[in-house]
Design a protein around this ligand. Structure first.
Ligand code: KG4
Ligand code: ZN
Length: 330
């Protein structure tokens, strides 16, 4: 049996998890920082880094305790090494290095995006490479052809905001609270998606990419027009995002051969409207649709541990001088 300890601290969740090669999550712990950041309406990097410092070591201990394990029984330590808020990334990576050094176990420096990209395989043993992945989170909006651990082809990315960022900014504009995505989804459920005319940036375009900045500006104008209910703006916004995601994903599906499934991951994959529309699209293309359970879509350490499992199996470990990176494309 192989057991990997995973650490995550790249944004505003501090997390640790123990995952086996045969997909058993022996323990996983997560400490959110919502209360720390809510007064500011967004994640404050310095506050996040300090909270990671306070929380990570106790979480690692609690995770090992829950699994009745010691560090000596772990095969490797996988820590997020980027991309993300650099202070937080450094806390997790340095902790991972210290644990690796103290235990004599190898370090696996995981790209946070790879954690999201491989997480569907933790949830679904049937999912085979290659698959088309829509990765939609607070910091990223990409279409990736996932060919194996460490083997990705990026087919599209956002030219401005990420999809989750658009949700968060819309929540802020409509004063719906933080974190924004779930708040917009709850508010949208009470609104009419046809009530507010909003643009669908790049829909129908020959280029592959995403764009959401224009949508955010349109939400601001709709709000300031003073004639729409926030519920209707939220519902119309969510529908516009769904339309953009579906159009761009359709374009990618038409251009790749031999994919085994359409897969979604990242925080925005927790959104019911996004999941529903992608499910339909996959069906229309005769493909299975795979979405990890909601808790595995938002940031967590089980996905980092699982990326560690896949990299460990491929013989990929990293030296202790591996740098933390704020930017790190897959
Ligand atoms: O993957 P994630 O937890 O962190 C990043 O790596 O960015 O994604 C967080 C993003 C946030 O922008 C959040 O608003 C969005 O995912 N999100 C949602 C929902 N839940 C989280 N967006 C739309 N609907 C949701 N239910
Ligand atoms: Zn993430």
């Amino acid at each position: 049996m192989t057991v990997i300890l995973g650490l995550e601290s790249s944004c505003d969740e501090t997390a640790a998890a123990l995952v086996t090669h045969d997909r058993r999550i022996l323990a996983h712990k997560l400490a959110g920082q919502e209360a720390h950041h809510a007064p500011y309406g967004g994640v404050v990097p310095e506050i996040a880094a300090r909270a990671h410092v306070e929380m990570l070591a106790p979480l690692v201990e609690a995770t090992l305790d829950e699994a009745h394990m010691t560090l000596a029984q772990v095969d490797a330590i996988a820590a997020t090494a980027g991309p993300g808020l650099i202070g937080g990334v450094m806390v997790g990576l340095v902790t991972g290095k210290a644990l690796a050094l103290a235990s004599g176990k190898p370090l696996i420096a995981v790209n946070h995006l790879e954690g999201h990209a491989l997480s569907p395989r933790l949830a679904d043993p049937e999912l085979r490479f290659p698959y088309l992945l829509l990765l939609v989170s607070g910091g990223h909006c990409q279409l990736l052809l996932v060919k194996g651990a460490g083997r990705y082809r990026r087919l599209a990315t956002t030219i401005d905001d990420a999809a989750g960022e658009a949700f968060d900014k819309t929540a802020k504009l409509l004063d719906l609270g933080f974190p924004g995505g779930p708040a917009v989804e709850r508010t949208a459920a009470k609104g009419d998606a046809d009530a507010v005319p909003l643009p669908r940036p790049l829909v129908g375009s020959r280029e592959p990419h995403f764009s959401f900045a224009g949508l955010k500006s349109a939400v601001l104008r709709a709000r300031d027009a003073g004639k729409y209910r926030p519920e209707d703006i939220a519902a119309s916004f969510q529908q516009a995002v769904v339309d953009c995601l579906i159009d761009r994903t359709t374009r990618a599906l038409d251009r790749v051969d031999g994919v085994t499934a359409l897969v979604v991951a990242g925080g925005v994959a927790a959104n019911g409207a996004v999941r529903g529309a992608l499910q339909q699209l996959a069906g229309a293309h005769g493909l299975p649709f795979i979405a990890p359970p909601q808790w595995l879509c938002t940031d967590n350490a089980a996905m980092i541990a699982w990326a560690g499992v896949e990299r460990h199996a491929a013989g990929l470990t990293d030296p202790l001088d591996t740098p933390a990176r704020a930017r790190w494309p897959l």
